[in-house]
Design a protein. Structure first.
Lengths: 476, 95
């Protein structure tokens, strides 16, 4: 197969990836888009397999079989609530693949050098600027690939709740900065002495540790940002690997993935009113004049049994359901759908208010509710649903906390002041389904819970919703 | 690779970044999770590089084993990514 044909097929594959992502612009065209992108992948792989330089097929077949088995089982078995973990793993594997490719390329070049050009003393990576660029692409791919690999596994461990505490290096950002400097120093040294394989090992180890320590101090509720960022890294690593191999389709596909992750990262940061640096290195501000929970809640919190809550819903004309991570934890999405069905059968209008950072990854709530067969038209973004709370008879908050906290709007001294929230408190009545009054990730009391028109329905999210639905179904 | 090729690749990279911004900002928030898993699958394009490394006649076990690892991980991304994205998108399409 000559190089021109191969490159033309790579171009076709790149076009299919672009059309594939374009298809994701609408739910109706999304399945077709994903298929087009998969066809592009198939084309690129098949044409590569016809390349003359591929002589060994044992390793390829073994890897492809193993990867297909594990990937297939994961994709079929994973529960929708565990999708953040799945994406975290896939990010890590992507980074790992780029890391392995860069290392293989390095050892292949150095191996050729010792066999052929050792006597000439020339660098196997080329002379002058070309040589430096080649070494830089390899070492930067290694750096970013390795950070993505270990960072993603820490993110996975946190999402899976295997790692509940937030550990960090002594000195926090300074320790990470030192690791980064070691890695960059080794990269510069490698540019000067490209055949010194010890330096490659130093870069790999520094980057693997950096990935660990960058993510370990970050709390669970900040994971949407971390996953989006690692998603971006895995794309950038792939694009850099494209520079190593001079491969166009890797560069196009990698940069599309890189921008996708970055844009999602930015959306998540804006939705939390925090800078990326603050999420990565900072803690939530401790709050100037911190308000104690007693001051906010003292004697003002009212609770309701599921049956009483159902009575409030009986006469409602419009209900807005506000889901959060607690709904995923309680696996309550199907119960919530049934509540929606019963309400709609009574002629009530039901919509869902989706905050961008609800859940543990971008779009997490949408996927859960789609699984429970809630039509996507009913999932309304924050900016569009906020003006409608005033005409809403009952807002039902299930497993969400900080994103409904009115202090973000009203209390200038509050650490979350300025964060965009759902204006749940403007609804005529509010039901909050929650186990207790415990604070959310920001560690703040939520004045919404103490408002005159708010009733707490204590208990497990799923059970409370099922009881409410049953009581409502029995009414008149 | 000569300098001209490198500059062409750089141009391709930069233009793709701009294209990426245009494409991704049009994806609605409701599809952000499938977008992430779908782009994960696309980043499995590293499989192309992995195949070249694993199949090369490198006279070096290390290169082939690294290639094998890369093929495994990239295939996992491709197969896992596309399948799980398809599973999610099918749920959105149902209505």
């Amino acid at each position: 197969m000559n190089a021109t044909t191969v490159n033309l097929v790579y171009l076709a594959a790149a076009i299919l990836f672009i059309l594939g992502i374009k298809g994701l612009g609408k739910p109706k065209t999304a399945v077709r888009g994903n298929l087009m992108s998969a066809v592009g992948m198939l084309l690129a792989v098949v044409i590569t397999l016809l390349d003359n330089s591929i002589v060994n097929f044992e390793y390829i077949i073994a890897g492809a079989v193993l990867g297909t088995l594990i990937g297939g089982v994961m994709a079929i078995k994973v529960q929708m609530t565990a999708m953040p973990q799945m994406v975290a793993m896939l990010n890590g594997f992507g980074g790992g693949a780029s890391l392995a490719i860069a290392l293989a390329e390095y050892y292949a070049k150095v191996g050729e050098a010792s066999a052929l050009t050792e006597t000439l003393g020339a660098s196997p990576f080329g002379t002058g600027a070309i040589g430096v660029i080649a070494v830089l692409s390899i070492s930067l791919t290694i750096l970013i690939g390795a950070v993505t690999l270990t960072g993603s596994f820490v993110a996975f461990a946190k999402l899976q709740e295997w790692m509940k505490k937030d550990y960090g290096l002594p000195g926090g950002p300074i320790g990470n900065g030192a690791l980064l400097l070691i890695g960059l120093g080794a990269i510069i040294a490698l540019c000067l002495t490209p055949t010194n394989a010890t330096l490659i090992i130093v870069i790999v180890i520094a980057a693997l540790l950096l990935g660990l320590f960058l993510v370990m101090p970050i709390g669970g509720a900040d994971m949407p940002v971390v996953i989006a960022l690692l998603n971006s890294y895995s794309g950038i690593a792939a694009a850099l690997a494209g520079f190593i191999l001079g491969n166009t389709v890797l560069i196009v596909a990698g940069s599309l993935v890189g921008t996708s992750g970055l844009i999602l990262t930015k959306i998540m940061c804006v939705a939390m009113n925090r800078s990326l640096a603050n999420v990565l290195f900072g803690k939530m501000a401790a709050g100037g004049e911190s308000i104690s929970a007693d001051e906010v809640y003292g004697g003002k919190v009212k609770s309701a049994q599921p049956e009483e809550a159902a009575m409030m819903l009986e006469t409602a004309k419009r209900v807005v359901i506000v889901p959060g991570f607690g709904m995923a934890m309680a696996q309550a999405q199907h119960a919530v759908r049934e509540l929606m069905d019963v309400l709609e059968a009574r002629g009530c209008e039901v919509e869902f208010a989706i905050h961008p950072v609800a859940g543990r990854m971008p779009g997490h709530m949408n996927v859960l509710l789609a699984e429970a067969e809630v039509p996507y038209e009913k999932l309304v973004e924050m900016d569009r649903i906020n003006p409608t709370f005033e005409e809403t008879d009952v807002a039902i908050v299930i497993g969400a906390n900080d994103v409904t906290n009115p202090m973000a709007r009203e209390d200038k001294g509050s650490p979350i002041y300025g964060m965009p929230i759902l204006h749940v408190d403007k609804a005529k009545n509010v039901l909050v389904i929650k186990r207790s009054l415990s604070p959310g990730f920001a560690g703040l009391p939520n004045p919404l819970f103490a408002m005159d028109h708010t009733y707490m329905v204590y208990g497990d999210g799923k059970k409370a919703v099922i009881d409410m639905t049953a009581a409502l179904d029995m009414a008149d | 690779m000569d300098m001209n090729t490198i500059v062409m690749l750089l141009a391709l990279f930069v233009l793709s970044l701009f294209l990426g911004v245009e494409l991704i900002t049009k994806v609605p928030p409701t599809l952000h999770t499938p977008l992430m898993s779908g782009t994960n699958a696309i980043s499995g394009i590293t499989l192309v590089g992995a195949l070249l490394a694993a199949g090369s006649d490198a006279h070096s076990m290390v290169v082939n084993i690294l290639g094998f690892l890369a093929v495994t991980l990239a295939t996992l991304n491709v197969v896992g990514g596309y399948l799980v994205t398809n599973r999610m998108l099918a749920m959105f399409k149902r209505k």
